[in-house]
Structure formats: C-alpha cells, structure tokens
Write a protein that binds this ligand. Structure first.
Ligand code: KG4
Ligand code: ZN
Length: 355
C-alpha cells in the first residue's frame, strides 16, 4: 500500500495486474462547467456515466463564471462519483485506476477533479492517471466504435478548440490545422448571445435554425478554399453588421445562415485533410459535434469521399467522464501511472508527433 506519510508521498501505486479488457477505470471530468464521473472497463465498456451540468448556474451571466464553476464542482463531485459507482454496481475495491482531466481547462475547476482523483487513488491504493481533455474527446469515438480504422482525421470542435488532427495510432497525433482566432463553439456562443438566444449558444442556434433558411444570407466563409486552418472572428462580425443594417431580419434566418457558413467550412476542410493524408476514417469530436447540421453534412461528406465516418453520440460529444476513463485506460497501458505530484495545467496541449 502507498504510505502517505513516507518520504515520497507522491510515489504512485503500480497497477495490481496487467492493464487489460477487465481493468476498470473511474474517470473524473471537471475542466469546465460539467461535473462528471464514469466507470469504464478496458477503455470501451461503459458501466456508468454521470454528468451534472451547471448550465443553469451560469446561464444568467451569459457564460461560465470560473469561481462559481469551481465551487459547484466542490459541492457536486462527491455525489456524482457516488452515483457513478452505484450505477456501475462497483465499490472502491472494484476500481483498478482513477483517471482525471488535468487540463486544458479552468484551473480552479480542474483542481477539484484532480485532487479528488488523487485522494481516491491513495485511499484505494490504485494508480492515478492524468488525462488530457482533448485526448479524451478523441477517445470518445473509440468508446462507441472500437473498429475505427487508422489513420483517421479527427475534427475536434469545442468551446475552446477547433483542431484538425491526424490520428496515426493510439497516442500518435499530428496537427493538420487549427483556428487562428475564435473556436467554432466560441463563435456559436458569441453569435447566440448577440441574437439574444441565451447560453449555451450552440444548442440554441441549432434549435432556432430549424425554422430558418440557411441560404437567406451569404455569410463569408473565411479561408474556405485554401489550407486547413480556420478563422471565425470575421464571421461573427459579419453577423453583427448584417443584423445592425437589417433590423427586421428573421432571427431564424440569421441563425441558419450562420450555422451553414460554419458547417460548410468545417466539413470542407475536414474532407480536404482526409484526402491529403489518405485517411481511412473521418471522426467528429467535441461539443460542437452535437450540432445536427454538422453531423448530417459530415456523414454525407464521408460517404461521398469513401471514408469510414464516425460520429460519437451527442452525449459522448459534449464533456463527460466516460471519455476520460477511456483515454485514461489507454494512457495507463502506454505510459503507466502518473505520479501524485502531477498538477493541473490550464494550458495543457495535445501531445503531438514532431515532424
Ligand atoms: O466540448 P464541450 O462540451 O466543452 C469544451 O470543452 O469546450 O463544448 C462546448 C461547446 C460550446 O461552445 C457549445 O455552444 C457547443 O459546444 N455546442 C454546440 C452544440 N452543442 C454544444 N454547438 C453547436 N451546436 C450544438 N448542438
Ligand atoms: Zn470539452
């Protein structure tokens, strides 16, 4: 048993046995405004996945308030973990490792999950595994389709990131493109806020756009026809300028036309990336991957381009702890346990292969 009073209290517990399909990982996710815990075996079999959204706490401020988020994680995390264990029919001794998101994210929020994970790992005398939130989003795909063929192009679109990644093997990533300014989810959130649709903006625009005409307004598609990088800040400005000039424009038409412009650029570039690297599969990840038009268009592009397409379910696209447990299982297998002196890193980057 790890001795917390020893000279090296940060020394990690070694896995009691080989990391295999039966290895049960408790995943913990607190990087932003979802408090989540899940129990997953072998990086694939989900026994439970509990997500407690703080969205109502932040909605009246129009965005996530970091201080409120970390306090809410403190209140919610223990009951969320208990529920995940109960739903999985598991008890402490059944858990073989505890994985938590250590970054990127809000530092106060991350610390709540990381500290709890380390405490549980110490008490249960099992390994602690640090998980990169972006890598966890990549593994959401493997949870539901273990047969994804590699190399795959993954379009990772969330509130903080817009990345086109070539996944060559487990843990082996190359960055093909990224946003030069706003993330796609950030653009959805900012435009929704401007249109008075509330927070979070992505689902609100998705809903309102159903009644609008996506071709009503020809919003700009920055850098659509060249390269693999993105830029969304000009699009947001174009929406603001259009609404100022045309006060009577239907909000549904603005929402649908804005969404169309974002989806058009995302799908065009993901397909270009897949062609360039001769990918076998194309995969979506991150909160924006819950968008209904993006999902439809992405799958059509996969069929047309002859790529195996994979979309995680909506629940696995947005932040959850099952993807953290899955990525944690792969990391435990590849790198072994993480030392208990590892901290939270709000600016953690995806580990990339050098060119
Ligand atoms: O991955 P995620 O849950 O958290 C981050 O790691 O950022 O992504 C949240 C982002 C928000 O910007 C939210 O507006 C966006 O995903 N989002 C959507 C939809 N659902 C969530 N964007 C467009 N359409 C949706 N249906
Ligand atoms: Zn996320």
């Amino acid at each position: 048993m790890t001795d917390p009073t020893s000279a090296e209290p940060w020394a990690h517990a070694e896995p009691a046995r080989a990391v295999d399909a039966d290895t049960k990982v408790l995943g913990i996710e607190t990087s932003c405004d979802e408090t989540a815990a899940a129990v997953v075996s072998g990086g694939r079999l989900i026994h439970s996945s509990v997500v407690s959204s703080q969205v109502d706490l932040h909605a009246r401020f129009g965005g996530v308030v970091p201080e409120i988020a970390s306090r809410a994680h403190v209140d919610l995390l223990t009951p969320v973990i208990s529920q995940a264990l109960v739903e999985a029919g598991a008890d402490g001794p059944d858990i073989d490792a505890v994985a938590a998101t250590t970054g990127p994210g809000l530092v106060g929020s991350l610390l709540v999950g990381v500290s709890s994970a380390k405490a549980l790992a110490l008490v249960w005398d099992v390994p602690f595994v640090a998980v990169n939130h972006l890598e966890a989003h990549l593994y959401a795909g493997f949870l539901e389709d273990p047969a994804i063929q590699l190399p795959a192009v993954v379009l990772l679109v969330s509130g903080g990131h817009t990345l086109l990644i070539s996944m060559e093997d487990h843990g082996r990533y190359r960055l093909l493109g990224s946003t030069l300014d706003d993330a796609a989810g950030e653009a959805f959130d900012k435009v929704a806020r401007y249109l008075g649709l509330g927070y979070p903006g992505g689902p609100a625009i998705d809903r309102v756009a159903v009644d609008g005409d996506p071709e009503a307004i020809a919003f700009p598609r920055a850098m659509r026809d060249e390269g693999l990088d993105f830029s969304f800040s000009g699009l947001k400005t174009a929406v603001v300028n259009h609404v100022r000039k045309h006060a009577d424009v239907a909000t549904a038409d603005v929402a649908a036309s804005f969404q169309e412009a974002v989806v058009d650029v995302l799908v065009t570039k993901a397909t270009r990336a897949a062609q360039q690297i001769d990918a076998k599969a194309m995969c979506l990840g991150g909160g924006v991957a819950a968008n209904s038009v993006l999902r439809e268009r992405f799958l059509s592009a996969c069929v047309e381009g002859g790529f195996h397409g994979f979309l995680p379910s909506r629940a696995m696209c947005t932040d959850n702890a099952a993807m953290v447990a899955a990525a944690g299982w792969w990391r435990l297998q590849a790198d072994g346990p993480t030392g208990l002196d590892a901290g939270a890193d709000p600016n953690l980057r995806l580990p990339l292969l050098a060119d």
